[in-house]
Design a protein around this ligand. Structure first.
Ligand SMILES: [Zn+2]
Length: 857
């Protein structure tokens, strides 16, 4: 059941970029013991590099032309200096986040000399000390050194030292490459790489420039006895070669000033603690942003000295290039609010370009079609951990169809990595992935199915498609500008406004392109407005204004304060992944959520249920096509099911929800930080669930489709237990995972009780009583259909497990309500009228479960 849902509804993930904390005062470093080599005559390096090609740049590298081996020359004036390290995967298993353009480890390192060796160590950047405070003298205390490599020098001359670089680059010292699998019953059967085989590994490319040196390596892994052969991109699980790029980057020397983070606006950030502060919140967190400087500092609007340039990779289909250019340039409106004209430039990579998209000096929007897409699109950037300055960015779009019905199979065959992978030594949030394209694609397919099934023209479908792509590009670009998600932005307009293009063409459909909204489909097709927002919303303009408006050091605090003071404007509402309620029991503000739309998400969801039910009847006639199997019909049906799931999940979160307000007292928002959702709204959500999720006829429309849900046979890939569609399992999974697992979650129930103490008027007992009515009353005097049998049994089982004495997940108020509800069900069942054998059997089973539950000690 769970497995099915994972395939059916793209498992939501997080969009994160590398975030590593930073900053410590310079000058407080402890010198290692250094041998006095000055007395000896340096041996010289000429002899050691005579058969090598030299790469001059930030670091000088020598590659032996016969063996390929690389030697690294470290100048004496580079010792003790800090450098940035950034790794990228260029080609490897998607499942392990080793596919193209993944930005992986970011760290600061330095090289020091100790006796006849060079020591490479990481610098801890998570603390800040006020130099005027004597406590800063302890800056080095209890922060153990992280030496990741010690290499003996093979030669030296007056200016520096030569070492063999294989230990640094043909190794996992800098980037751990493969995830750490925690010991457990499944460890052996999860796909992973074996051991690095240096003999089979090699250098693929070496580049060195004044500010960076890039070393591209092919790391070979051997796993003699793999228990898991991986997905179809893995040719042979025993032998997997991964292409990685190590980039050594000079610490930028410029006048970039870090900008402080604020909880009311959503930037990616570096977490830094002020160790000399007595504040209750000793945070010195700084945001990720580009270094933009006005050409003309006195002008209100000026071009930047260096614009942010994005290159569209030459692998991008021609018909999409102009759309991507236009989408990117739409961000310029936001930068104008910050005083910059033409801050964003979009260029197309020539077919005969002599540079590589992996060259970190270029920000590239890449277009790929991989065997096992896991993410859809990503928009990662990498930063100077000490300042938050974004140094480079790449966007990868993984989508490969120009037809009106794109990649249906891809949507349902996606293999997501099992949980979050752990990489030792790397930030746990390094994945830098974004599931937006997957979520959006699911929404897009619904839109296309609805339009297609109701006979819309090809042009109309094409327009929807175009809006989708613009939204996707703007969203991923927003990440590369430093913005994280704003899952509250889709609340900006009311249902009455959402299809009014006079409004939406002016300010957009939603406050920000950084949301995962439901596609906008009008129930009344003649009223259809835009499907997606295609411009930076009010929140986006404001967020860029906060992050990028230049201020003098003296004016910055007041300037930022006046910008952030506007956070109470309803168009600027913000809530990121940490606050969103996509998973059962997660977070608390139902307005911060994915796959919903408008300030009346409940009412909007009702329209969507109606659209789904209406479309069901059109599926069989529309997708019974000559010359093809029923696979497409089945896929279209799944899309609509996924839509139902999203809507019921969105509605359910209003029950027991708490509205969050993060404004500061001086903003006088008139709203308390926490306000329980009004009783009437909670009741309305419950009524909606009764009607569209629990009612005996909630899934009636689907009966028109069931007998046609046949996948296409391919070889011997039929499900071993039959390839028919598991109707009852699926329906129950949707009802249980989408709704009941949230409403009966220990955390939700405890919050309902706690919030009763500051305004919530809906008790756990009342809520469970309403569930009981919705799940039992409609057919208590008649026979019970199979959907309701499953639902009633599930509900009773959940209540029974809640009252088990050994169950510690629930507080006593919840346990009491569960017991009380079970007793009410028992009484209600005693009045039931069953005429057929099936219903009698079902009710006998319910009574049996209840009796057993009530008797347990
Ligand atoms: Zn995203």
């Amino acid at each position: 059941m769970k497995k099915f849902l994972m395939v059916l509804i793209l498992s939501p993930g997080l969009c994160l970029t590398a975030s590593r904390a930073q900053d410590k005062n310079k000058g407080a470093t402890v010198s290692p013991p250094v041998t006095d080599t000055a007395k000896k005559k340096p041996a010289g390096i000429t002899d050691k590099v005579k058969s090598s090609r030299k790469f001059d740049g930030l670091f000088t590298l020598y590659q032996d032309t016969a063996t390929g081996t690389v030697q690294l020359y470290v100048k004496k004036n580079q010792l003790g200096k800090e450098y940035i390290y950034q790794s990228f995967s260029i080609s490897g298993p998607n499942q392990l986040y080793l596919n193209q353009s993944m930005h992986r480890a970011t760290l600061v390192f330095k090289v020091q000399k100790a006796f006849d060796k060079l020591e490479f160590s990481r610098v801890n950047t998570r603390f800040w000390y006020d130099r005027n405070n004597p406590v800063s003298k302890t800056a080095e205390v209890d922060k153990p050194e992280a030496v990741f490599l010690v290499e003996k020098t093979v030669a030296e001359d007056a200016d520096g030292y030569l070492i063999n670089a294989d230990g640094l680059f043909i190794s996992e010292k800098l980037d751990p490459v493969k995830p750490l699998l925690l010991p457990g019953p499944n460890t052996m059967t999860i796909f992973n790489l074996g051991n690095l085989n240096p003999a089979k590994s090699r250098y693929a490319n070496v580049r060195s420039f004044p500010n960076n040196s890039d070393i591209v390596v092919d790391l070979a892994y051997d796993n003699p006895a793999p228990f898991n052969s991986g997905t179809t991109d893995i040719t042979d699980a025993r032998y997997v070669r991964v292409r990685m790029q190590h980039s050594l980057i000079e610490m930028p020397q410029n006048d970039f000033r870090p900008r402080r983070d604020d909880p009311r606006v959503g930037y990616f950030l570096q977490y830094i603690n002020d160790q000399t502060s007595i504040s209750p919140v000793p945070y010195k967190d700084i945001i990720h942003r580009w270094h933009l400087k006005k050409k003309d500092p006195s002008a209100a609007l000026s071009e930047p000295v260096e614009p942010i340039v994005y290159w569209i990779e030459n692998t991008t289909p021609n018909e999409y290039r102009q759309i991507i250019v236009d989408a990117g340039l739409k961000w310029n409106e936001a930068f104008e609010k910050a005083g910059f004209k033409n801050a964003i430039q979009m260029k197309i990579m020539p077919d005969d370009a002599d540079w590589d998209p992996a060259d970190i000096r270029y920000n590239v929007i890449r277009w790929v079609s991989s065997a096992q897409p896991t993410y859809g699109a990503i928009g990662p950037s990498f930063v100077n951990p000490k300042t938050g300055q974004i140094i480079g960015a790449d966007i990868t779009i993984e989508w490969y169809s120009g037809s009106a019905t794109p990649v249906l199979d891809e949507l349902f065959n996606t293999t997501a990595p099992a949980g979050k992978l752990q990489y030792p030594g790397m930030d746990p949030q390094h994945e830098a992935n974004c599931t937006l394209a997957g979520e959006l694609k699911s929404q897009l397919l619904t839109g296309m199915t609805v339009l297609d099934a109701s006979g819309a023209s090809a042009n109309e479908v094409k327009e929807m498609h175009k809006q989708f792509l613009i939204y996707l590009i703007m969203h991923e670009m927003g990440h590369t500008l430093g913005l994280n998600h704003n899952m509250k932005a889709s609340q900006m307009l009311s249902p009455a406004e959402i299809n009014n293009t006079e409004i939406t063409h002016k300010i957009g459909l939603i406050g920000s392109v950084m949301d995962y909204p439901a596609i906008n489909i009008a129930l009344d097709r003649s009223k259809q407005g835009d499907y997606y927002t295609t411009k930076a919303g009010p929140y986006d303009l404001w967020a860029i204004e906060y992050g990028y408006t230049p201020f003098s050091e003296a004016e910055e605090a007041a300037g930022l304060k006046s910008i952030i003071a506007r956070s109470t404007d309803p168009k600027l509402v913000f809530g990121n992944d940490g606050d969103d309620m996509r998973a059962p029991g997660k977070a608390m503000d139902p307005r911060v959520n994915v796959n919903e739309l408008t300030s009346d998400a409940i009412g909007y969801a009702e329209d969507r249920f109606k659209i789904v039910n209406q479309t069901m009847g059109k599926l069989v006639p529309k997708y019974t096509k000559e010359g093809q199997s029923y696979a497409e019909l089945r896929t279209r049906y799944f899309t609509l099911l996924g839509q139902r799931y999203s809507m019921m999940a969105a509605i359910s979160r209003y029950i027991g929800g708490i509205y969050i307000d993060r404004s500061y007292p001086e903003q006088k928002s008139g709203v308390k930080p926490y306000t329980p959702v009004p009783l009437a709204t909670q009741k309305r959500a419950m009524d909606m669930l009764h009607k569209y999720v629990f009612a005996p006829d909630a899934f009636e429309a689907d009966a028109q489709v069931y007998a046609w849900l046949q996948p296409q046979r391919r070889g011997f890939t039929q499900n071993g237990s039959g390839d028919d569609f598991r109707i009852t399992n699926t329906t129950l999974a949707i009802q249980a995972d989408g709704v009941l697992s949230h409403l009966l979650h220990g955390v939700t129930l405890q919050r309902i009780t706690n919030s009763r103490l500051y305004g919530n008027q809906y008790s756990v007992a009342s809520m469970m009583g309403d569930l009981q009515k919705g799940i039992f009353s409609a057919d208590i005097a008649t026979n019970v259909n199979v959907f309701r049998q499953n639902l009633q049994t599930y509900f009773v089982r959940q209540l029974a497990s809640m009252i088990a004495p050994q169950n510690q997940q629930f507080d006593d108020v919840s346990k009491a309500a569960a017991l009380y509800t079970l007793k009410k069900i028992k009484t209600q069942l005693s009045t039931a009228v069953s005429t057929n054998e099936e219903t009698k059997a079902h009710r006998a089973n319910l009574s049996f479960i209840i009796e057993n539950a009530l008797e347990q000690k």
